[in-house]
Design a protein around this ligand. Structure first.
Ligand SMILES: [Mn+2]
Length: 313
């Protein structure tokens, strides 16, 4: 739908309910709260509710609203950053009178009465920014701009991924002009706690490399995880700490969850690794995979296979 059609729809409804996906990131929450503040700033008499049970620890967002099923039924529902209905945090949007999907993921399930979907957009916040910026007569506050910038920045990993276009950067520039505090936003989103910093230091100190030096592996035992006060799956979130090294083509982080039972996360720059991952009860994307329930002996076999991959490429 066009920006004007969406604006007309917002003007028609007194009650608007907003939705995000499960395990929300800063694009899901940022787009949701940007929509809420923009509508409240421009249409102060309307009732706008942001719904969803889960939140993120990466940044602070207001608490979710609580609304009745009756309120949802008569509302305009706008679902943000959510490619399919099963992924929506609050599925009651399906009972709303009118549903709008605003998203940038592949449109695998074109749900809703209307759609504003652009698979080439870097973030839901990019689509929403474009919508807001097409109305110079409407207020786009600093708070709304901050929410939008947070979504853009996190979904593009700091404007570093291939989805970033000239349009993404022009939109970021327009948001910057609204007086947002860019360094403060970056600190809020990306600064670590000292405990996380120390865990990262420890993991980096445990790197083992193959003969060629281009495969890097860290194996954390149950004792080590206990000393780090972290769980096996939380520890594997630190996989990025051993990436971004010119010398490493493949890197992996194995964590012991029961005596001699290890799960692992594997990453590569360009080498396809999901085939090898599948040989070890795993799989995933070409350059980002997982493996499950390996013994220490199997880890050594896995390292041999990755060593072969890295040496032929
Ligand atoms: Mn997104």
């Amino acid at each position: 739908m066009s920006p004007q059609e969406l604006r007309d729809l917002i003007e028609q409804y007194d009650t608007i309910t907003l939705y995000r996906h499960q395990h929300p990131d800063c694009d899901a929450l940022g787009s949701q709260y940007a929509m809420k503040t923009w509508i409240e700033d421009n249409y102060p008499d309307k009732h706008v509710y942001a719904l969803g049970a889960e939140t993120t620890h990466q940044a602070e967002f207001p608490p979710s609203d609580v609304v009745s099923d009756e309120t949802i039924a008569k509302s305009l529902a706008v679902v943000l950053d959510t490619s399919n209905t099963a992924r929506a945090d609050d599925k009651r949007f399906l009972n709303a009178e009118t549903i709008v999907k605003i998203d940038h993921h592949p449109d695998v399930e074109p749900y809703g009465t209307y759609r504003m979907v652009n698979e080439n957009a870097a973030a839901a916040c990019e689509i929403l920014s474009e919508f807001f910026l097409s109305f110079p007569d409407a207020v786009l506050s600093g708070k709304t701009a901050e929410y939008l910038y947070m979504g853009l920045l996190t979904d593009t990993l700091g404007f570093k991924v291939s989805h970033v276009t000239g349009k993404t950067l022009r939109i970021a520039a327009e948001l910057a002009d609204k007086g947002i505090d860019i360094p403060a936003i970056n600190r809020q989103l990306f600064d670590k706690s000292y405990a996380e910093f120390e865990t990262a230091n420890y993991i980096r100190s445990r790197i083992m490399r193959n003969n060629g030096g281009n495969v890097a592996c860290v194996i954390l035992t149950m004792e080590e995880l206990e000393a780090l006060h972290t769980t096996p799956s939380e520890a594997r979130n630190y996989i990025d700490e051993i990436g971004h090294v010119k010398d490493f083509d493949i890197w992996l982080l194995m964590t012991e969850k029961a005596p001699d039972v290890y799960d692992g996360s594997l990453r590569s720059k360009t080498i396809t690794i999901n085939g090898v991952a599948a040989e070890f009860r795993g799989g995933g994307h070409a350059c980002a995979s997982g493996v499950k329930e390996l013994s220490y002996k199997e880890i050594l076999n896995l390292l041999d296979r990755l060593d072969q991959l890295a040496s032929v490429s």
